[in-house]
Design a protein around this ligand. Structure first.
Ligand SMILES: Cc1cc2nc3c(=O)[nH]c(=O)nc-3n(C[C@H](O)[C@H](O)[C@H](O)COP(=O)(O)OP(=O)(O)OC[C@H]3O[C@@H](n4cnc5c(N)ncnc54)[C@H](O)[C@@H]3O)c2cc1C
Length: 822
């Protein structure tokens, strides 16, 4: 009896110590204590004491552990693990970790999540959104820009320059706006709801480019010259990294700069001879200053003793001799300025290098550092803004458009994509708020920025498809009256730029996440490269910390998996509690799976992209879910928003679970064994039910407080397409009641069309006053504009040579007298 109790108590205490991650010393002392009790009870004898001593002594005698155990493991480790390359080291050093680190480490502290302060706009930022941003949204005619001009009209460009749209990141001391990342995100969201050209043109100079690079690394002279000019739009920047031979593998650019002597402004100086061929460069055709990335060589060793200095970034003015610039690419009918640029033997002085010659060879580090910030703002915000606007527009359209005598949004089949639009609009806004908060707190969140870039742009793609499906032909026929088509066409741009998505998901999220977020892996890697005694000591500490961490994650996964998750920590006792509890379990599973994958696959995990991608999915979904819970709390836990919160959480955690199961199913015998530990009773997260889809879809169909919060900050003035839809939706809802009144008075069957005729009938029957008649007529106008599409004369659709030939052939003939005079 005592023996059984002692065994149960010993196991329970050991499991508890592991679960709560107690140190080696505390665990060892607790075990000795338990054995002493066992000894008193006559259960533990010399054999068990010997076993305990054999296990504990080598671990606790530091000199032995380090000199024998760690030393031999270190030599095996060095053989298996490839040395970390300079490029990888730069990428790792360039970022910091934040909340995603807690999620990765298996035991998230929810109090910490909810103690992060909410982002707020300053009065100046709000005024900018309400003033210049609202104004430029009214100014731009997207059809004119995309179809007729293949550019924004000159007055819009000028307005953007005059109001410092390109200077949101530039500090006030240089004349810029110096907005928070959160404010930038709100600006981009609003612009993206109007036009992809507008959002891309404003987004790029405020993301990775000369402005950002100069502020961080420029010399005083460079900052003093360029930043004030960039702030007022006297200079338009672009950044040229990509070349035909090097896209995703940007580190392998063949573009070169050779340090040599040459003539510059009549004098011989040491400078750089550049040869480059770049493509896809946003703003290049109109740029006045080009940030250029190239590999710097110094064969004559004029700068020092290194012949190859590495990737370097320089600023090249447009009028530099030999620079070939101005032609355009045509990105998927969203013709923002983008094009190639080339240069052959272009000679420039050394002080064109950003940061001067001290920064020669440091370009890669500069780029990845800046990218880890910009990538979390521009594309995620553009995507969130796009989805927020189309969610509202699609809801309104689905109510206004009727088939089979019903608003199409009330049909179950349409509810499914509508629910996805609403749920993701809520989640995407939450993610951009949360990620920009990290930046405003001073983080360089390289893992978060990869997560946000990938998931927000993928959601944009999927939700665009949903919006198109619901709009049917209305979304397909292009013209001034189509508010979806260009956004839909432009989606692959967001997918491809700033780290193409397949690469981002398969390599970057987890590749960086594992090394940056894991509490011991990076330290082990760095320590293994240090061949001194101090290196061994560091390795020993990291290794045994790692072993304890892995054991703890195994125990946590098992305890939580076998039912413990129901009792695990949650900061709130309401209906969101179950999500925190599920996430406690998934987070522990991720930590364990990470260690198992790294332990089993070692360096080859990099090549096992399907595994790496799924581990990255787990981390990503935990991050998206946290951001959603955070938003709900920050907005005062609005009861009305609960359907959206439930939908977003259920969809996200279900996807997490499926990625995890796919990983386990593709991980051989180990996967099968771990599945028993992690899913002893099967799946725990289910996808949103049809009932929940119905509730969420309904929120989009008619005005209400939740719907307003979903579209908050978007351009909804009646002058814009989406604002007009909102006004029409309200009119149609009011018109329904009037329609019913007329139908009853007329005592006849009527369809909800020709509302102007219904108005006339109502007036004739004396059941509508003048105001109501006017409302029905306005509702009909709005309804027709909503459902109708554009048509064109054949020649209006011609472009290029065909259009020029047509214009020539159909030129009005000169009157005979004028022709004779000529
Ligand atoms: C409209 C537009 C604007 C752009 N603006 C700029 C700019 O301003 N400045 C600039 O320098 N560049 C710019 N780019 C370039 C952009 O960053 C690159 O297009 C991008 O890096 C991908 O390169 P790629 O198109 O050559 O595709 P590739 O590198 O050929 O990739 C093709 C596919 O293979 C996948 N892939 C590649 N390597 C791996 C891997 N190791 N593992 C898994 N999958 C992989 C990619 O994910 C992608 O799906 C722009 C591109 C476009 C289209």
């Amino acid at each position: 009896m005592f023996t059984t109790l002692w065994i149960i108590a010993t196991i329970a205490i050991f499991v508890g110590l592991m679960y709560y991650r107690s140190s080696l010393l505390v665990t060892s002392l607790a075990l000795v204590g338990l054995f002493a009790v066992g000894n008193l009870l006559g259960i533990v004898g010399p054999v068990l004491w010997t076993v305990l001593a054999v296990v504990l002594l080598p671990l606790n005698i530091t000199a032995f552990r380090r000199g024998v155990l760690s030393k031999s493991i270190l030599s095996v480790y060095r053989n298996i693990m490839p040395e970390i390359s300079d490029t990888e080291r730069d990428a790792i050093d360039a970022g910091t970790t934040w909340w995603e680190g807690d999620l990765f480490r298996g035991a998230p502290n929810w109090k910490k999540l909810h103690s992060i302060q909410k982002s707020e706009l300053t009065a100046e930022e709000q005024a900018f959104l309400d003033g210049p941003v609202e104004e430029v949204c009214k100014m731009l005619d997207d059809w004119e820009a995309t179809h007729e001009l293949a550019d924004m009209p000159e007055h819009v460009w000028q307005y953007l320059k005059d109001h410092k749209f390109f200077a949101m990141i530039i500090k006030k001391e240089y004349g810029g706006l110096e907005f928070s990342a959160y404010a930038q995100s709100r600006v981009l969201q609003k612009l993206a709801g109007v036009s992809t050209i507008l959002a891309s043109t404003v987004g790029v100079p405020n993301s990775l480019g000369p402005g950002e690079l100069l502020q961080h690394y420029g010399t005083k002279a460079q900052k003093d010259y360029y930043l004030p000019r960039l702030a007022v739009g006297d200079e338009i920047p672009c950044f040229a990294l990509t070349s035909p031979e090097a896209g995703s593998d940007a580190g392998s650019i063949p573009d070169s700069g050779v340090v040599c002597k040459g003539m510059w402004e009549g004098q011989e100086i040491v400078g750089i001879k550049l040869n480059f061929n770049k493509r896809y460069i946003t703003l290049a055709p109109v740029a006045t200053v080009i940030g250029l990335a190239f590999k710097l060589y110094d064969p004559e060793q004029l700068l020092g003793d290194k012949a190859e200095l590495g990737i370097t970034a320089a600023l090249i003015p447009r009028d530099t001799k030999g620079l070939e610039i101005g032609r355009r690419h045509f990105p998927l009918n969203v013709p923002f300025q983008n094009g190639p640029l080339r240069g052959q033997d272009v000679f420039v002085p050394l002080d064109y290098i950003i940061g001067g010659k001290e920064m020669a060879g440091k370009g890669w580090r500069m780029l990845v550092e800046c990218l880890s910030v910009g990538r979390a703002i521009t594309l995620p915000s553009n995507s969130a803004g796009g989805v927020k606007s189309i969610a509202l527009a699609t809801g309104a359209y689905a109510y206004i458009r009727r088939q089979f005598k019903l608003p199409i949004g009330k049909m179950e089949g349409v509810e499914e994509p509508l629910a996805r639009l609403a749920g993701d609009a809520y989640l995407m806004d939450a993610v951009t708020r949360f990620s920009t908060k990290a930046i405003d707190l001073g983080e360089k969140p390289s893992v978060i920025s990869a997560i946000a870039k990938y998931h927000m742009t993928e959601k944009l793609r999927a939700r665009m498809d949903d919006a198109m499906d619901i709009h049917g032909g209305k979304g397909i026929c292009l013209g001034p009256n189509n508010y979806l088509g260009r956004g839909y066409q432009g989606v692959p741009v967001a997918i491809t730029v700033e780290g193409a998505n397949i690469l981002t998901r398969n390599l970057m999220i987890y590749g960086q996440g594992a090394i940056r977020c894991h509490p011991y892996v990076l330290e082990e890697m760095l320590a293994s490269a240090d061949h001194t005694a101090a290196g061994l000591a560091r390795f020993d500490k990291a290794l045994f910390g790692h072993i304890g961490f892995a054991m703890s994650n195994f125990v946590r996964s098992m305890v939580l998996g076998f039912g413990g998750w129901h009792f695990s920590s949650t900061p709130f006792g309401d209906s969101t509690a179950k999500y925190y509890k599920q996430m406690n379990r998934f987070s522990a599973n991720l930590a364990l799976l990470s260690d198992v994958a790294m332990g089993v696959l070692g360096g080859s995990l990099k090549r096992k992209q399907r595994i790496s991608a799924r581990l990255g999915d787990m981390l990503s979904y935990l991050y998206l879910a946290s951001a959603t819970l955070k938003r709900f709390d920050e907005e005062g836990r609005q009861k009305d928003d609960l359907p959206l919160v439930h939908w977003a959480l259920q969809d996200t955690l279900h996807k997490l679970q499926e990625s995890q199961l796919a990983l386990l199913d593709n991980f051989g015998g180990i996967g099968k064994a771990l599945k028993v530990v992690m899913y002893p009773f099967g799946r725990i997260a289910s996808r949103p039910s049809d009932k929940l889809d119905h509730k969420v879809a309904k929120l989009l169909l008619k005005p209400n407080a939740s719907r307003e919060r979903l579209g908050a900050g978007q351009f909804l003035s009646p002058e814009g397409a989406f604002g007009y839809l909102e006004t029409t939706l309200r009119d149609i809802i009011k018109a329904e009641e009037l329609f019913d009144r007329v139908r009853k008075a007329a005592n006849q069957r009527m369809s909800f069309i020709f509302l102007d005729k219904v108005a006339a009938k109502g007036k004739e029957l004396g059941v509508l006053n003048d105001e109501e008649v006017a409302l029905l007529i306005r509702a009909e106008e709005g309804r027709l504009r909503t459902i109708n599409v554009d048509d064109f004369a054949h020649e209006d659709l011609m472009a290029g040579k065909a259009a020029r030939d047509y214009a020539l052939a159909n030129k009005p003939k000169k009157p005979k007298a004028a022709a004779d005079a000529a």
